[in-house]
Write a protein that binds this ligand. Structure first.
Ligand code: SF4
Length: 320
């Protein structure tokens, strides 16, 4: 099935969907997550505080103690909910493993759901340090170190948003590959489709991944898949800089040596230069190339995720 017709499963902090699960009975509805990204994904909501049995409304909580092992305490009455939350989190993380999630969006700053920079208060009082991780988020991240995960606030940054969405789509491709019990030939094909995408993120990783795929016959295939997946997700997380995109775009231009006139090539090079200089969004040269890919029936390029990974409606690559 075309990946753009599949609903990608994403875990999410329940209050971001507009569910009234917060300590004060409210929510933290995020319109972009619900109305835009929500059209392409199936959200699996989790509210750790309600999930572990606390009521709505409830007393607010915070992290107290050491940053690496804080306690989860109610703010005024100092009731310690750490064990209750940890026990529930362990079960919930195991339950979520069965969902084959392609990512998770966490609510920032929460002592239960925050992914990073959550306030931790010293046990003896004083100013908080922004060094904690929410108790549920930590359990989930420890069990899923390679899964694309972000906080809702960071997703308002166009570059971080683009990177997260690319990663969840790549993850879905990976899940599809694994669901079909792949053979070495399937991995070769998977790797081929990713070439330009990986060149934009990390050419060094792409090289190592290529060597691994080439050596697949020499080692247990399970091990190859495991190592490949780790390289894939590590590479995808690296930011695709304008210079790396420029290299990829010039590489694509090389496939049209015979078809394009000198003027058409000059026009494309001009667009690439303007993109590199921050004067045009990436979508402009990419759209031009997609036009030529169709016009000249370039099957290899048409199969490249770099040119068509995510739906146009998400309006990615539209920023300078
Ligand atoms: S931040 Fe997490 S624990 Fe708090 S209301 Fe939202 S989902 Fe529940």
């Amino acid at each position: 099935m075309d990946i753009q017709n599949q609903k990608i499963k994403i875990g999410i902090s329940s209050c971001l969907l507009g569910n009234n699960v917060r300590y004060d009975g409210g929510h933290k509805y995020d319109s972009w997550l619900v109305e835009i990204l929500g059209a392409w994904v199936e959200y699996i909501p989790t509210c750790p505080e309600v999930g572990c049995g606390l009521p709505v409304p409830r007393e607010a909580m915070r992290l107290v103690g050491e940053s690496d092992q804080p306690r989860l305490l109610t703010q005024k009455t100092m009731i310690d909910h750490t064990e209750r939350m940890q026990e529930w989190a362990e079960k919930q993380v195991a339950k979520l493993q069965a969902e084959d999630l392609c990512g998770f969006v966490f609510k920032s700053q929460s002592p239960s759901s925050g992914m990073e920079r959550v306030k931790v208060y010293p046990a003896k009082g004083g100013a908080a340090s922004k060094t904690g991780v929410g108790i549920f988020a930590k359990a989930f991240l420890d069990a899923n170190p390679l899964l694309p995960c972000e906080e809702e606030g960071r997703l308002h940054d166009p570059g971080l948003r683009e990177n997260f969405i690319e990663r969840i789509f790549i993850m879905q491709h990976w899940r599809n590959l694994m669901a079909n019990k792949p053979k070495p030939g399937d991995l070769v094909e998977f790797h081929t489709h990713l070439k330009l995408m990986m060149m934009a993120h990390s050419p060094a990783h792409y090289k190592i991944m290529g060597k691994l795929v080439a050596a697949a016959a020499l080692m247990p295939f399970d091990k190859v898949l495991e190592e490949y997946f780790e390289l894939l997700m590590t590479a995808s997380k690296k930011s695709a800089t304008p210079s790396k995109h420029q290299n990829v775009l010039l590489h694509i231009l090389g496939y049209f040596k015979k078809e394009l006139t000198a003027e058409e090539k000059a026009e494309l090079i001009g667009l690439i230069d303007q993109f590199k200089a921050g004067l045009l969004p990436l979508i402009v040269p990419v759209t031009m190339f997609n036009h030529y890919v169709k016009k000249y029936d370039k099957a290899y390029l048409a199969g490249q995720h770099y040119l068509n990974l995510h739906p146009a409606e998400l309006k990615l690559r539209n920023h300078c």
